[in-house]
Write a protein that binds this ligand. Structure first.
Ligand code: G6P
Length: 637
């Protein structure tokens, strides 16, 4: 996993590489490196550091090297600890070949052993260094560079995006990809290379998305593209319309806080967009033979079903929905399961992308797969998508990044309009996912004739109301949290989170939020399972955070669970809804949320939950926007 970037052209590359790396830090930020080729001596100059790109930038102020061919890397450690040696670029023995890499080479240990036997000396513990040494051997063995690359890719198992520089060929970059994305930007007498278009979005909008299992030799004026068998491929360029706006914190102490406060707007914008495409279904009526959704759309479709790459008939016949995601997006999917089952009256199954890949695939008729990913680049989710695509089943991506890989590979996609989410801990993406999935479940129900147009309209209004409450409830508790509760709860070293029915997956998300940014151990259970074991953990040193629901029957069960906690002298904090007196009275601390439509309870609680966790973490002085060991986008399986 990692961000990679390269440049070949007439200008100097260093500042572009350092700026671009900063934009790619969402893919990893534990170490960074840069290499340029000195035009005069045709030799590499490089620098790498453990620490983020800012540190590399700062330390590189003292260094003068630059060059019109160069590349850089920001790392999320997979093989080997976080240190200078394991940072990229990695080199062959005489440092005449430099490689930056995103992905994981499977079975690299065997290759490494063979190379050690052949007297290759390794400096790092990375799989990437193995590629550099192996390539060195192959370049010497094979009559041409192209044959050496073809031989290299045959020997490498796993996923990789590579950029290779060679002192022997100082005017070119070699780019190679299998599964991990790579994109080439076309400028005037220059080419940019990166894992993600945003790295050079301010330089050019003309891009070539490298096809899977392909490689290219890129010079300032030329791209020679081949498949892994060496067959030349047509270079297809396209224009990306997406703008990348690097937002600042706008006065907030952290991006996370800013993004918590952006949720109402993100939801309103997303649902307003859905309303526009969702209302013009008339033009969809006769589209059973319509072209599938184009792979990289410049404009959004005017019709919801064309946008999603399915026909109205397929929607009417839907017998099940499958939701696949990772991390916070998986929690959104688990909450959304209740939306689809409740409005569409069909089973919704939810899969963790990383697990789905290794389960038997049962091809269900009249089904659709919705893949949810804020970044659109999560390797597990992309792999799941590829597996489903091979079965020829409709796939829909729900993502926040319209230029992402998932959009290019899914049958259709529904864009989230959350705006860039910078903080690693997902906040506004989660609430926007919940909102769009609620809307989509209603829209499918409308198409199936299960709800009326008026119900649809009411659901949209309910979403706007929930978004409003999400924000106002933060304001109601702002002082209490910042002056009192954050301090009080930051003193605990472990928490138990409980939820029931729709509030259980929400409790999972709350527990994840707390552990990922504060590093406080937090465990989550369905409240009904407390009695089957976890109740042994209840004591006065382990607060129990319990999330209520608006379902009357489930609520009564939640009250019983709260009593079980209090009967054992547990400390109880509840997120309850107005009027839920039994729960509020029994709790040591109660957050009271105004009532919304029952299935929108989690959405209404989202902002306050995040705000509370954020302030606990502030008290602990953690690096909130970039927690240790994490990355915003996890591009390895
Ligand atoms: C990483 C991030 C999480 C995110 C997960 C899935 O683990 O740190 O915040 O939920 O990836 O990401 P996606 O972009 O697919 O939603």
């Amino acid at each position: 996993m990692c961000g990679i970037i390269g440049y070949v052209g007439e200008k100097k590359s260093r500042s572009y590489i350092l700026e671009g790396l900063k934009k790619l830090e969402y893919r990893g930020y534990d170490s960074a490196g840069i290499v340029c080729i000195d035009e005069k001596h045709k030799q590499f100059s490089f620098q790498k550091e453990a620490g983020g790109v800012s540190l590399l930038k700062k330390l590189s102020e003292k260094v003068t090297f630059d060059g019109s061919v160069g590349m850089g890397h920001t790392r999320w450690a997979t093989h080997g600890v976080v240190d200078k040696k394991n940072a990229h670029p990695q080199f062959n023995s005489d440092k005449s070949i430099a490689i930056v890499h995103n992905g994981i080479v499977e079975g690299y240990e065997d290759l490494r052993e063979e190379l050690i036997k052949a007297k290759h000396a390794f400096e790092s513990s990375t799989d990437t260094e193995v590629i550099a040494h192996l390539f060195d051997e192959l370049v010497q063995e094979q009559p041409t560079l192209k044959l050496a690359i073809m031989s290299l890719v045959k020997k490498l198992e796993g996923a990789f995006a590579l950029v290779v520089m060679m002192e022997q060929y100082p005017d070119q970059l070699i780019v190679i990809r299998r599964r991990s994305p790579l994109v080439v930007g076309i400028g005037e007498n220059e080419h940019f290379v990166a894992s993600d278009f945003i790295a050079f979005s301010d330089k050019t909008k003309d891009v070539v998305f490298l096809p899977d299992t392909s490689f290219a030799i890129v010079t300032k004026n030329n791209i020679d593209l081949f498949d892994f068998d060496g067959k030349p491929l047509e270079v297809i360029s396209q224009k990306v319309k997406e703008e990348y706006t690097q937002t600042d914190k706008q006065g907030f102490e952290h991006y996370m806080l800013k993004e918590i406060y952006e949720q109402k707007r993100a939801i309103t914008r997303s649902i307003s967009f859905c309303k526009v495409i969702g209302n013009s279904s008339s033009s969809c009526q006769s589209d059973e033979t319509s072209e599938p959704f184009s792979r990289y759309k410049e404009e959004y479709n005017d019709c919801i079903w064309r946008q999603l790459g399915i026909t109205p008939k397929q929607v009417k016949n839907l017998k099940s929905v499958n939701l696949i995601a990772a991390g916070t997006s998986w929690h959104a999917a688990r909450v959304a399961q209740f939306f689809f089952e409740s409005f569409c009256k069909i089973p919704a199954r939810v899969y963790l992308a990383s697990e789905f890949l290794y389960m038997p695939f049962f091809n269900q008729e009249d089904s659709v797969y919705i893949l949810i990913s804020q970044s659109g680049e999560t390797a597990d989710t992309l792999q799941a998508l590829r597996l489903i695509n091979a079965q020829d089943v409709p796939t829909i991506a729900l993502t926040n990044v319209a230029s992402s890989t998932i959009v290019r590979e899914a049958g259709g996609f529904l864009p989230m309009q959350a705006g860039p989410e910078i903080s690693v801990a997902s906040t506004k993406a989660f609430s926007t996912q919940l909102s769009i999935l609620y809307w989509l479940a209603n829209r499918i129900a409308l198409e199936k004739g299960l709800i009326s147009a008026l119900d649809m309209h009411d659901s949209e209004e309910d979403l706007f109301i929930a978004a409003e409450i999400l924000e106002t409830v933060i304001e109601s508790y702002k002082l209490k949290i910042t002056h009192e509760l954050a301090e009080q709860y930051s003193k605990y070293s472990r928490f138990i989170f409980l939820g029931r029915n729709i509030s259980y997956p929400f409790a999972l998300e709350a527990a994840l939020k707390l552990k990922e940014i504060s590093y406080i151990f937090s465990q989550c259970y369905p409240a009904g399972e407390l009695k089957h074991g976890p109740i042994a953990l209840i004591d006065e040193y382990t607060p129990v955070v319990l999330f209520s629901t608006l379902d009357k029957i489930v609520y009564q069960k939640i009250v019983s669970n709260a009593q079980e906690v209090k009967a054992r002298k547990g400390h109880l904090l509840v997120f309850a809804f107005e009027g839920q007196k039994e729960l509020i009275n029994i709790a040591d601390t109660a957050f009271i949320i105004p009532k919304v439509k029952p299935l929108l309870g989690p959405l209404a609680m989202t902002g306050l939950m995040q705000f509370f966790v954020y302030h606990i973490t502030c008290k602990l002085g953690r690096p909130i926007d970039k927690p240790r060991n994490l990355a915003k986008s996890v591009t390895v399986e």
